[in-house]
Design a protein around this ligand. Structure first.
Ligand SMILES: [Zn+2]
Length: 139
């Protein structure tokens, strides 16, 4: 990503791997060239076949469907004010953990079509972060 110095830092996986490419507008996953398995967040070693040198970075589809969601009614450590919805989106056969945005928290139901978006979030102690969210697809 080519971000300006005053732009929010992108949220990363616990191991420091990029979760998304905001410039390209996609979530980033790993594809094992040996066994074909996919992983999100990205991995350097395939958990199925153990290959180290054959992991490729891939961009996932921008649209998917809600797999599961729940409404959170307490303030998050990242600074989300309640109520808000978290859950899993199915993208290209993978489940991606995400916050839902752009609708009432209770409105995200399994099977609903959603699309990737990015939002800035003020995170206590870390400043501005760029995070991924999924919004309802407007027909
Ligand atoms: Zn593999």
């Amino acid at each position: 990503m080519s971000r300006k110095p005053n732009e929010p830092k992108p949220l990363l996986a616990a191991d420091g791997a990029a979760l998304f490419d905001a410039d390209g507008g996609a979530m980033l996953a790993s594809h094992c060239t040996s066994c074909g398995r996919r992983y999100f967040p990205q991995r350097t070693v395939c958990a199925h076949c153990g290959i180290v040198a054959g992991m490729q970075r891939i961009a996932l589809a921008r649209t998917g469907t809600v797999h599961a969601s729940t409404v959170i009614r307490v303030r998050s450590a990242l600074g989300h004010e309640p109520p808000y919805a978290y859950g899993y989106v199915e993208l290209d056969g993978l489940l991606v953990f995400t916050r839902f945005s752009g609708g009432t928290p209770e409105s995200f139901q399994p099977g609903d079509p959603v699309e990737l978006a990015f939002e800035n979030l003020h995170c206590d102690g870390q400043g501005e972060l760029l995070i991924h969210v999924f919004r309802k697809v407007v027909a």
